[in-house]
Design a protein around this ligand. Structure first.
Ligand code: GLY
Ligand code: MN
Ligand code: MN
Length: 444
């Protein structure tokens, strides 16, 4: 990854001489003296590749007579802390390893910032994201304003840094796409392993263990989000992740799980019968969701609006709901009528995708807010989206009983190419035939 080029691109969008300040994420205490596993801030990592906590990146944009500069504030070397907690680069090694122009101890941040902000025309900073740093920023500004009698000026313009970075992160370069493809391959193979391991009588968490094994075995640092292993009626709970039910013969199990590899997420859902054979009702709904996903994928190409793939999936799903009696056909003259009346919402209550990148629900605007009607923005080469239609049938009057408690979602990750899309999650088996051929085969 060319972090220096990213810093240069950001600096080039700033006012001449302006200063940007971007902290990484704080460590979070779990209890006692145990922290949650540390995860850097995505935007900070995007510009630095640096994964240590207690770090702040400062950029100073170029002026007519000075080039742009990047400055990293980080933890100092500390023999005792390194014995307990592990290696720290320290400013000197961080400067050479990460290619910043200067690096200083984080303890010197206040001193340097009062100097760097003196006479800077603008400050680019994500106010209200980090209360402790917000307070420090106010201290720096007060310190600069206190020098007014000497002719020193304080920044007069304050700009939210994040939208600039969000737009940069939305378009994935070739290195990022290669990494996301690898993350998708690992996650796809994890789903395949879980399918092979499944059989009635197992607990959902045993399948979770199979997924986590493949993630870690292949070098992924974390799950990108808490895995959902939802069998039987649990599949109709969208954010179920207790994963402690014993799976029964005849159940479907919905697994939504993806690894995070070197800071990039994957996000894959597969749904399959625990005993390896779909019932007629399960297969009927599965094929419907698969057809909806195919229609959505067809709508993915540069220039097509972001909303088009959701609309394509929705039309297929709603036609199926009408045909199968989930939605009362006598009430609606057309699919469009049913959609306008939100007749599908009891069975399909989420969108068909989201941006995917360093964050599982990645950054970037979905609409063009510069136009009055705020239309859905066009897809462009290098954007990565999930495509995840589903159907969830809870028991209710008028809903055919054979579909009760069936919850199905099929989720893939795709990158928009110059003429369509490339699937990043192809390693996860998906068709009825592929699934029936492998579920339970670990026990053969
Ligand atoms: N796993 C989160 C999502 O599918 O959006
Ligand atoms: Mn998703
Ligand atoms: Mn998902």
């Amino acid at each position: 990854m060319d972090y220096a080029a990213r810093r240069a691109r950001l600096a080039a969008q700033m006012q001449p001489g302006a200063v940007a300040v971007l902290p990484t994420a704080p460590e979070v205490l779990r209890n006692g003296d145990s922290d949650y596993p540390y995860r850097h801030d995505s935007a900070f990592y995007y510009l630095t590749g640096f994964t240590e906590p207690d770090s702040v990146l400062v950029l100073v944009a170029a002026t007519d007579d000075k080039p742009a500069r990047s400055i990293l504030f980080c933890r100092e070397k500390n023999v005792e802390r390194e014995i307990w907690d592990g290696y720290r680069h320290g400013p000197e090694a961080a400067r050479t390893t990460f290619g910043v122009d200067d690096a200083y101890p984080i303890a010197e941040l206040d001193t340097h910032m009062a100097r760097l902000l003196a006479n800077a025309p603008a400050l680019y900073y994500a106010l209200a994201s980090n209360a402790a740093l917000d307070a420090q920023v106010m201290g720096w500004l007060k310190a600069v304003r206190a020098q007014a009698r000497t002719g020193t000026t304080a920044p007069g313009t304050f700009v939210n840094l994040l939208p600039l970075l969000d737009e940069m992160r939305l378009i994935k370069d070739a290195d990022e796409q290669a990494l996301m493809l690898r993350a998708g391959e690992i996650s796809g193979r994890a789903h395949e392993r879980a399918m092979r391991a499944a059989r009635p009588g197992m607990a959902e968490y045993e399948l979770e263990a199979e997924l986590l094994y493949v993630f870690r075995k292949n070098g992924a640092q974390f799950p990108a989000y808490t895995p959902i292993v939802a069998s039987g009626p649990n599949a109709c709970i969208l954010h179920y992740n207790v994963n402690d039910r014993t799976m029964r013969d005849g159940d479907l199990v919905l697994i939504d799980a993806g690894c995070e590899l070197d800071g990039y997420a994957s996000d894959i859902t597969r749904t399959f019968p625990v005993n390896g054979r779909f019932t007629d009702a399960q297969r009927t709904l599965y094929e419907l969701v698969l057809a909806a996903q195919d229609a959505a994928l067809e709508a993915i190409a540069p220039g097509r609006p972001y909303s088009a793939f959701h609309e394509a999936a929705l039309r297929v799903l709603v036609q199926g709901m009408l045909d199968l009696g989930l939605v009362d056909k006598s009430k609606y003259a057309s699919v469009d009528d049913a959609i306008a009346d939100k007749a599908h919402v009891p069975f399909y209550m989420h969108g068909t995708g989201h941006w995917l990148g360093m964050d599982v629900h990645d950054v970037g605007a979905y609409r063009d807010v510069t136009q009055a009607e705020k239309p859905s923005r066009p897809l462009a080469e290098g954007m990565v989206v999930t495509v995840e239609p589903g159907i969830y049938v809870r028991p209710a009057d008028g809903v055919p009983e054979r579909f009760w408690h069936i919850g199905i979602r099929i989720e893939d990750d795709v990158v928009v190419t110059n003429d369509g899309y490339r699937l990043l999650s192809a390693a996860a088996p998906k068709t009825v035939a592929e699934i029936e051929a492998i579920v339970g085969t670990a026990h053969d």
